[in-house]
Write a protein that binds this ligand. Structure first.
Ligand code: ADP
Length: 401
């Protein structure tokens, strides 16, 4: 069974074609600048590539380009679209409605549209992606939606409520939803698979550290608490996002500079975090390089980032009454041995011992344990694979049809 995994953004469309027989990626690619001009870059598993600038006025046009890349030319991966059994879509916000992945129908599309109120940039783009996909494939090809929020649906109210007057939760559904759920779910499932550890009674802390980043407390294999909130801005500092702020900072800036809501949102989402503090870049590699060259603000940004991550892990140790394993994933979690060393260095007091050699080796897609055998808490690096998780959910749902 071949499954196309789609992640549609407002001006981009990422895709992967996965053969579920062996779970192999056959081809992947990216359409960019949809609605502006248009560019596709496509690559097959055996390294053939295709890239072209083609006008993409909308997502339907982008899908046509994906179709062309997949079935024709030098870098084709299949003979016709009929070889694709199903499509799985990544959806950011599933609100309180979707606690698991579901088959797409008109009612599901309307509900994702309705939830756009909580994630306007993402959900409307996903709906455009679903509709464009239906135009391209026809409604007879089953489509499944997989939500970033659904893994977090098991949180208790003590984790998901904000201390606003309760009617704000009732009226507007203002609460913690959490994001990156597909990644946290993937590494959690993979952990149980490779270690054989019992799910019941387990206490994991999963750290997804990429441009966006979140940490989740996982109890008995289920999400108990997570750092992202109503939106992916909550938690600790990220590439360009503030993470949690004292809300009075916002009202104070409003009084000083009279910004619009959009300007404030841009300030917190796009100009802050590692970029805001370092003044160098939002990219961890650039900041690590600048710090190594002596840049004081880059050093400060890294120190803040590591300290904030350690504080979240500490919170979740309290929430879970200890932890069996801490898992690092995402571009930074999988590659920055320096970050892992500094963060884990905060937990010597509970008997966590990192193996420095193993830690240095566990980069670029390597998977394994980086703590010593006598460490009180196991520390692991598990590369995430959100696309595979989406494909697996899609297969499971489609096979039952
Ligand atoms: P996204 O959230 O966009 O999916 P990724 O999970 O790909 O992001 O993570 C991107 C981040 O990973 C960037 O900040 C990048 O600098 C960082 N990263 C990638 N490789 C390394 C490395 N070798 N050392 C430190 N950071 C790295």
């Amino acid at each position: 069974m071949k499954i196309l995994v789609v992640n549609a953004g407002s001006s981009s469309l990422k895709y992967q074609l996965i053969d579920m027989n062996g779970e192999k990626v056959l081809a992947k690619g990216l359409c960019e600048r949809i609605g502006i001009d248009g560019k596709i870059s496509h690559k097959t598993a055996d390294g053939r590539t295709y890239a072209e600038q083609i006008p993409m006025p909308d997502h339907t046009a982008a899908f046509k380009c994906v179709e062309k890349a997949l079935i024709s030319g030098e870098a084709k991966a299949i003979d016709s679209l009929a070889d694709i059994s199903a499509v799985g879509h990544r959806i950011v916000q599933g609100g309180a409605t979707f606690s698991k992945s579901v088959l797409v129908d008109e009612q599901v599309i309307s509900e994702i549209e309705r939830l756009a109120d909580l994630a306007p940039l993402h959900n409307l783009a996903h709906v455009q992606g679903i509709r464009a996909c239906r135009e391209c494939f026809g409604t007879e090809v089953p489509e499944v939606v997989v939500f970033d929020t659904s893994f977090h649906a098991t949180m208790p109210p003590t984790s998901y409520l904000y201390a606003l007057p309760y009617e704000y939760y009732e009226k507007y559904k203002i609460r913690r939803y959490g994001f990156h759920g597909t990644s946290h779910r993937y590494v959690t499932g993979h952990y149980f698979k490779i270690t054989g550890a019992p799910v019941e009674g387990s206490r994991l802390i999963t750290c997804h550290l990429g441009n966006g980043a979140s940490i989740t407390a996982v109890k008995d294999g289920k999400c108990y608490d997570t750092s992202m909130g109503l939106t992916p801005l909550d938690g600790f500092m990220m590439g360009t996002r503030t993470g949690t702020l004292d809300p009075s900072i916002i009202t104070y800036i409003m009084e000083k500079e009279n910004p619009t809501a959009k300007e404030l949102s841009d300030l917190c989402n796009k100009k802050s975090g590692m970029l805001g503090i370092s003044g160098v870049s939002s990219d961890n590699r650039d900041i690590e390089a600048a710090a190594a060259a002596g840049n004081a603000r880059a050093k400060l940004a890294l120190a803040m980032q590591r300290y904030q991550i350690a504080k979240f892990i500490g919170q979740y140790m309290a929430a879970l009454d200890g932890a069996d394993t801490i898992i690092f994933t995402g571009g930074i979690g999988e590659n920055s041995d320096n970050l892992r060393r500094v963060v884990c260095g905060h937990f010597g007091y509970v008997g966590l011992k990192l193996d420095d050699e193993l830690n240095k080796k566990m980069i670029r897609g390597a998977e394994g344990v980086i703590s010593t055998p006598d460490s009180a808490i196991k520390v692991m690096v598990i590369p995430t694979n959100e696309e595979l998780m989406i494909a697996r959910d899609t297969k499971e749902i489609v096979e039952k049809l």
